[in-house]
Ligand binder design. Structure first.
Ligand code: FAD
Ligand code: DLZ
Ligand code: SF4
Length: 513
């Protein structure tokens, strides 16, 4: 009989994880460890560490209550070595296992570390596939092989067929695969936004909160208020509340932004999916059921399902297909340093101020805030991919490199040269004004294209296209825009360029822009 040490990482918190499948209660032991290296290799938002540690502690208790033998190492355990390897070595010395079993980690960095364990410890290490995802690495690379373009839309259709989701025989439910053209409504008027799921911190969470306040006081972000779910039972309640109260309008207002309303009709379940508290297929099936029972329309349900079985799976596929080179991509040669206001929201640009302040409080911003405000600015201001990636990895509670990196490098910065996105998501202030109410509270005027008080997004947008003309003009999705640039007179181009130079000078000098 072999004796196994099962190592469970902080984003693998599910009883169905592959490493637990053949657990032998008589022989095997489980290791969960809070390690300083993981909590500090980037200075994660304090709320993110509270969430992970509290969810890990609750999961450790659940495992014990379910009859598993668990070694749970807390951060402040005096014997804690501070690294995964150090803790696995200590556990191996304690239990003398024949084999170490682990489900593959979400991040390349950690996989490289785990690959060294076997030779360093002289114990067999078995790395199992992470079958919480709906597509294996092989399936994704087979799909990608030989394709000129890796577009999410075609991949998504395959996953939908494979799992028979929103299908009417061989055809998509309702006749169309994608209902996005119904999903771009700004939120105007007096629509009531449902209250979000709130979970009171229990004794475990309170203990973690004081640990993190003390040990990570120099990390970004607020701990209070902390109301995220930290157990699977609570995460299931959050999912239920979303499906019952928000899903109906998810599609319509997916792209809307409203000052003072961070949550809108989004699901806020990314952190639970990425840590293992929820599984993707159960979320998708629940949403599909709401459609079948007539409780939510197809545009919302298809939109939500596409985010999970389409975007989420596709993003992970790209990560594992393209790592480790993907991390070094900088197609546009962007080199500007991340402005300090990304940490305190101290900018006159109200859209950025609001998104950064909400990020600081909640460790959350919804997709369009991440993409079209923060991401759009990072792109058109030419911010350095390495620094933008680190910022996104730090500030969001759902951020793990496998999902953060392709979204930043590929989706917002076009730093991969178009592997992920068919064109850069660059936009002027008009887009932000159409989708939000930020502009009416801004020091800048969105209607002005040039000059001191013009919205910086307006001239930076054209300046971005001008500066990157050599690299972008062949992109067929930008041909109309480049044609209109060609028609622009010299005086207009000079104003765009001189406003941009002035703006960048102030930005680089740390002045309040
Ligand atoms: P909803 O809007 O309710 O969507 C439902 C679910 O769909 C999400 O929970 C998520 O699991 C999935 N999803 C939607 N869009 C994407 C996407 N582009 N990639 C992967 N999954 C997606 N998502 C993360 O989980 N972690 C990240 O670190 C992350 N970083 C991002 C960085 C940038 C620059 C951008 C543009 C997007 C990023 N996203 C990331 C994707 C998306 O913004 C978040 O998943 C979403 O905002 C989480 O909030 P929600 O749960 O309310 O999502
Ligand atoms: C994010 C995170 C943090 C902050 N701390 C820990 C930890 O102390 N122990 C742990 O097992 N996992 C932690 N995690 C989650 C890991 O970063 C995640 O498992 C790896 O990035 C692999 O995907
Ligand atoms: Fe943002 Fe420009 Fe609108 Fe101000 S005017 S909120 S900077 S888009």
């Amino acid at each position: 009989m072999t004796k196994n040490l099962i190592v469970i990482l902080g984003d693998q918190l599910n009883l169905k994880i592959s490493s637990l499948k053949n657990f032998d209660p008589k022989e095997d032991n489980i290791l969960l460890c809070e390690v300083l290296e993981e909590a500090s290799y980037v200075k994660h938002h304090k709320k993110k560490i509270v969430f992970i540690f509290s969810a890990m502690r609750h999961f450790g208790d659940l495992l014990e209550q379910s009859g598993f033998s668990v070694s749970y190492i807390k951060l402040n355990d005096p014997a804690n070595t501070g690294s995964f390897f150090g803790e696995v070595e200590r556990a191996a010395n304690k239990y003398s296992p024949d084999k170490i079993i682990i489900t593959e980690p979400g991040e390349y960095r950690v996989l490289e570390d785990i690959r060294e364990w076997e030779s360093n410890l002289h114990i067999t290490v078995e790395i199992l596939a992470d079958d919480r995802f709906l597509t294996s690495h092989d399936e994704f690379s087979n799909w990608a092989a030989g394709r000129k373009e890796l577009r999410m839309e075609y991949f998504y259709r395959i996953v939908r067929k494979k799992y028979n989701i929103l299908m009417d025989g061989e055809k998509p439910e309702g006749g169309k695969w994608n209902y996005d053209n119904e999903n771009r409504k700004p939120l105007k008027g007096n629509l009531v936004i449902p209250k979000i799921f709130l979970s009171e911190p229990d004794t475990i969470t309170k203990e973690v909160i004081s640990l993190i306040s003390e040990r990570f006081s120099d990390h970004f972000g607020d701990i209070d208020p902390f109301h995220y779910a930290v157990t699977r039972a609570q995460a299931l309640q959050a999912l239920k509340k979303f499906v019952e109260e928000r899903l109906e309008k998810f599609g319509d207002y997916q792209d809307a932004m409203v000052q003072g309303e961070p949550w809108l009709f989004h699901s806020h379940i990314g952190l639970y999916l990425n840590s293992g508290l929820l599984l993707p297929l159960e979320c998708v099936k629940y949403a599909q059921q709401a459609y079948q029972q007539g409780n939510a329309p197809l545009n919302s349900v298809e939109g939500f399902i596409r985010q999970i079985i389409g975007w989420r799976e596709y993003i992970r596929g790209i990560y594992w297909l393209k790592m480790p080179q993907y991390k070094r991509q900088n197609f546009l040669g962007a080199e500007r340093k991340l402005p300090d206001f990304f940490w305190d929201g101290d900018t006159k640009m109200n859209c950025l101020k609001q998104c950064i302040k909400e990020t600081k409080t909640n460790a959350y911003a919804h997709h369009i805030q991440r993409l079209m405000v923060l991401g759009n600015f990072s792109l058109i201001a030419g911010l350095k991919p390495e620094e933008v990636n680190e910022w996104y990895l730090i500030v969001y509670i759902d951020a793990f490199e496998w999902v953060e990196l392709p979204n930043v490098t590929g989706m917002i910065l076009f730093a991969d040269g178009g592997i992920l996105a068919s064109k850069p998501y660059a936009a002027s202030g008009a887009y932000i004004n159409r989708m939000s109410d930020y502009c009416k509270n801004c020091d800048y005027k969105v209607s002005k294209k040039n000059g001191e008080d013009a919205c910086p997004f307006n001239y930076l947008y054209w300046n971005f296209l001008l500066s990157n003309k050599d690299k972008l003009k062949k992109n067929h999705r930008l041909s109309l825009i480049y044609k209109s640039l060609e028609r622009m007179d010299d005086a207009k181009i000079n104003s765009i360029q001189s406003d941009s130079i002035k703006f960048f000078k102030s930005l680089d000098d740390g002045l309040n822009v």
